[in-house]
Design a protein around this ligand. Structure first.
Ligand code: ADP
Ligand code: ADP
Length: 228
């Protein structure tokens, strides 16, 4: 599903954020990406959805070679990937329903089918009763649920989450994790960068640790491995 071979990323300012990455991720895996701030976690996952382009090496995602992907082909490629951010990135002037519908690929879909699909995912994340609200009227946890609904509305095989619990209190973080677990159990691959030691050490999954742009540890059912 995801393959990186000898991947390097040097930013224009001269910083090398990926320093020879090699990894293989299979369909259905749940992976935590851990490591100190500035280690290159965001760069690593941004290269998976072509938010950043590798300077050299090969990145393959869903059979697509991202170094060969043309910029105009990126939106089409991203349809099969859901992305969840620490700060939610919802559109502030759109309602909950509209934020999710907006992300839905609407080609050749009847309005009735669009509405059903949006309501189905909002029900799944437990927000059916708040469809008409604006993001500013919701709690942080609810906003993250909307962003998860948005990320799964196109039924992607891969979800990439960059510190999805980073802005949430512990209880809400656990709720969001249980939602991601449910999605993963249905077969969706999840790659999640996180600083949440409690979560990583409790809900066990593969742990990939990055330091100075290198993978320094890659363990099935690993530990967080740093001081919380
Ligand atoms: P992490 O997510 O682990 O905190 P990042 O991938 O964000 O690490 O950053 C890795 C290194 O690359 C850091 O030194 C950071 O300052 C640098 N970096 C990240 N993004 C950019 C960018 N767009 N331009 C220049 N340097 C960047
Ligand atoms: P996060 O903490 O959520 O991982 P970052 O702070 O790493 O996010 O990055 C936020 C944004 O700033 C990203 O678009 C990243 O590419 C950019 N960025 C990060 N570090 C630098 C840097 N040293 N120079 C320029 N841009 C940077």
């Amino acid at each position: 599903m995801i393959e990186m071979q000898d991947v390097y990323k040097k930013y224009p300012n001269g910083i090398t954020a990926a320093n020879g990455l090699n990894i293989h991720i299979k369909q259905g895996e749940f992976i935590y990406v851990v490591g100190p701030s500035g280690a290159g976690k965001s760069t690593f996952i941004k290269m998976m959805y072509r938010e950043e382009k590798a300077s050299s090496g090969t990145v393959l995602v869903n059979g697509v070679n991202l170094s060969k992907l043309k910029n105009r082909e990126v939106p089409f490629f991203r349809r099969n990937i859901g992305v969840v951010f620490q700060d939610f990135k919802l559109l502030p002037t759109l309602t909950v329903f509209e934020n999710v519908a907006f992300a839905l690929e609407v080609i050749e879909q009847r309005p009735k089918d669009i509405k059903r699909r949006v309501m189905d995912v909002l029900a799944l994340v437990g927000l059916k009763h708040k469809v008409r609200m604006l993001p500013s009227e919701l709690s942080g946890g609810e906003q993250q649920r909307v962003s998860i609904a948005r990320s799964i509305v196109n039924k992607p095989k891969l979800i990439i989450a960059d510190e999805p619990t980073g802005n949430l209190d512990p209880d809400t973080s656990w709720e969001i994790m249980h939602l991601l677990e449910e999605i993963n159990l249905k077969g969706t691959t999840i790659v999640m960068a996180t600083h949440n030691k409690e979560i990583v050490n409790t809900i066990k999954h593969r742990v990939v640790a990055i330091e100075s742009g290198r993978i320094v540890r890659d363990e099935q059912r690993g530990d967080y491995g740093y001081e919380g």
